[in-house]
Design a protein around this ligand. Sequence first.
Ligand code: HEC
Length: 160
Amino acid sequence: MKRKCIIAAGLFILATPALAADVSMDHTAMHQQMMDMQHGSAMPVEDSRISLKLPPAMRQNQLAMMREHLKAVDAIVMNIAEGKFDEASNIAHDKLGLTPKMKKMCAMYGNDQFKDLGFAFHDSADELGEVLKTKDIKRSLKALHKTMDKCISCHATFRQ
Ligand code: HEC
């Protein structure tokens, strides 16, 4: 019993420098990445997206809505995986589709291009809702991809 403890302690001591080396490598890689970002080789330093100039009172609400969108996409993926296409279709229509609430949300920021992108996104989610009803996995995933492309293009164009 005692011997086992000693062996275990010995192994731990032997393993420690290796662990430390790993951590420092990660740190070096992270540092390099940050340097790359600063020098523009990895990511742009400037945020050149159009600002919606949202007043502070609207910011939290908008972000909370976005997190709901992400949750909806996650739920759709899970329901597709479980073969529950009707549930997935309902989520697409109710949570992401062009409902009166979403119409109002997209229009309230006072930017026409944003509104158009928003409407196109919600329209694509309604299309997704229809495709899901066919219970065809390939077509459904393609439709989901189209909807997610709209998330991506708005995020590339606008910031708060
Ligand atoms: C019409 C424009 C538009 C569309 C479409 C859109 N978003 Fe966003 N989203 C934004 C803006 C603007 C922000 C704020 C970004 C910033 O200021 O950096 C944002 C932020 C977010 C955030 C960050 C939330 C936080 O708490 O920080 C998430 C997550 C997100 N969006 C998910 C999604 C998902 C998922 C979709 C599609 C299913 C989507 N968005 C579609 C405009 C959009």
